[in-house]
Write a protein that binds this ligand. Sequence first.
Ligand SMILES: Nc1ncnc2c1ncn2[C@@H]1O[C@H](COP(=O)(O)OP(=O)(O)OP(=O)(O)O)[C@@H](O)[C@H]1O
Ligand SMILES: [Mg+2]
Length: 278
Amino acid sequence: MNVIELDRVTIAIGARNVLAEASFAIQRGEFIGVLGPNGAGKTTLMRAILGLIPPNAGALRVFGRPPRRGDAAIGYLPQVRTVLPDMRVCGFDFIASSVNGDRWGVPWITRADRKMIDAMLAAVGGRDLAKRPLAEMSGGERQRLLLAQALFGEPRLLLLDEPLIGLDYRYQEAVIDLVRRFARERGITVLVSAHEINQLIGALDRVLYLGNVHAALGTVAEVVTAPVLSRLYGADINVVHANGQIFVLSRGRNVEHADHLHDEDHDHNHRHERHRHA
Ligand SMILES: Nc1ncnc2c1ncn2[C@@H]1O[C@H](COP(=O)(O)OP(=O)(O)OP(=O)(O)O)[C@@H](O)[C@H]1O
Ligand SMILES: [Mg+2]
């Protein structure tokens, strides 16, 4: 079954196309790495899948129907995590507050919810975050909390937008392994955007590369090639394999590194977005 289907989808923001006539399908249980330069549309695509941005043309289907806002079957980790609603709230209440789509009030949760929150916090190695206020967590700890929130509620689809930013190398691997295992066991479909393909390479089923209003979905061998990436980057790209890693180079420069130097600035576009899409 296709969990996500695009049939000649065009998405514009303002007067500019971010995607033009993109067609591809993602199947149930796939782990997809979403890559591409800054501004390629990774976040925009996830927001369209959440029903937050309607396509301008074509058909976008999620679970076989047009996306609906606040679909509880989708767990979402937004890219912007610097501005959180209430920094005094503790980790447990933060997750609990998303249970009924009620972010501000005192949440009413069942015993089962409570157990699941504990389990999700344990899954991300964040049991001790339950009682601590957000204000006193490090960036990486907050990130794990948000991941626990995205995993909460038995999602069938996970959209994780740059979950590795701000995590040190050790945690990057742990987070990807965790998500991979969690999703495998439950048949969850996962889209994870990242700066660099090497961060995801061990976990991927297929990659979705975005760039230049185009999308290419396929195995690493099919997509991460000089001709495909040259088209998506609009530049002469070389792909070099070395030490089990892949380097995407333009005139000897690693474009994946260069492209993301200004990530934090770019994020301000989305800073008012709700942390939970409900
Ligand atoms: N709220 C907005 N207002 C205007 N333009 C926007 C807005 N959000 C996104 N854009 C533009 O849409 C395009 C796609 O942005 P998007 O955030 O989806 O890219 P991205 O691939 O996620 O980039 P990054 O790697 O920096 O996260 C960019 O050109 C961006 O400037
Ligand atoms: Mg983005």
